[in-house]
Design a protein around this ligand. Structure first.
Ligand SMILES: Nc1ncnc2c1ncn2[C@@H]1O[C@H](COP(=O)(O)OP(=O)(O)OP(=O)(O)O)[C@@H](O)[C@H]1O
Length: 268
């Protein structure tokens, strides 16, 4: 479990996070969602000490992260960035195994683990020898996820990992993450500004308002059922048109359709 207690982070005069308290349960996906500048990335980076709070504490399983060595802490937590952040001059397998090698795992064992990880994230092993630029955006993101999983961390931090890929690939990557999570049950903290993605992936969704305050937190169903404020209603409503569904009967089957009459699924 990760816990933020009364955490504030100021950058000069800007309060990116203001007195925020939040519990992030283990083995679940918590999604931080909010508009640009709402403090999502800052919150994420306080977990692995890429950023330290101005006041308040962040604990992992009861231990203040400030008691941990930052380098060791960072290596023990998986981190996936928006543009995968792969090393351009290293081949795919080397990218995946970098942290294993830093942790002094012998080369052959690291390679073995690396190819297994390619399988885990649904990448063909034949891509192992390619350079990142020889992969599609979606494949690069999968390599990023494989690298983050290399040391089998309990915690995975994901900062808009699927933000730069097209919608179809994005849906595939979301599906893949849900599949992986059903097998691995990591504690995942996922940042996005896309409420659809938040509701799709989150066991818990935390909607951040301006000035680094929590506007609402809960399961997607709880938030949809009872938005806590006009701000939340409009935030989740901005893209809600597509979600206002109705059911039609088609050849004896119940089909959910959106506002424009486009079928979005079969009700079973
Ligand atoms: N290193 C920094 N120095 C100064 N200001 C910063 C720094 N990092 C973040 N900020 C400021 O803190 C606020 C929150 O930024 P943060 O990146 O956490 O937001 P975000 O919700 O992740 O935004 P985005 O969706 O645009 O990435 C912003 O006003 C930002 O300009």
């Amino acid at each position: 479990m990760i816990e933020f207690r009364a955490v504030t982070k100021s950058f000069g005069g800007t309060e990116a996070v203001s007195g925020l308290s939040l519990v992030i349960p283990a083995h679940q996906v918590t999604v931080l969602v909010g508009s640009s500048g709402s403090g999502k990335t800052t919150l994420l980076r306080m977990i692995n000490r890429m950023v330290d709070p101005t006041s308040g504490t962040v604990t992992i399983d009861g231990t203040d992260v400030r008691e941990r060595n930052p380098v060791e802490l960072r290596r023990s937590i998986g981190y996936v960035m928006q543009n995968a952040g792969l090393l351009p001059h290293r081949r795919v397998l080397e990218n995946v195994t970098t942290v294993l090698r830093l942790n002094k795992i012998p080369r052959s064992a690291a390679r073995e683990r690396g190819v297994e990880l390619l399988d885990t994230v649904g990448l063909d092993r034949t891509l192992a020898g390619r350079y990142p630029r020889e992969l599609s955006g979606g494949q690069q993101q999968r390599v990023g996820v494989a690298r983050a999983l290399a040391t089998d961390p309990n915690i995975l931090l994901m900062d808009e990992p699927f933000g730069a890929v097209d919608p179809i690939v994005r849906t595939e990557l979301q599906d893949e993450l849900l599949r992986l999570q059903s097998e691995l049950a990591k504690t995942i903290v996922f940042v996005t500004h896309d409420i659809d993605e938040a509701f799709r992936l989150g066991d818990q969704v935390v909607i951040l308002g301006t000035g680094g305050l929590i506007a609402q937190q809960g399961s997607p169903a709880e938030i949809l059922a009872a938005p806590a404020s006009d701000f939340v209603a409009s935030f989740i409503g901005a893209e809600r048109g597509r979600r206002r569904l109705r059911v039609i009967d088609q050849d004896g089957r119940r089909i959910a359709v959106d506002d424009d009459g486009r079928p979005v699924g079969v009700i079973s």
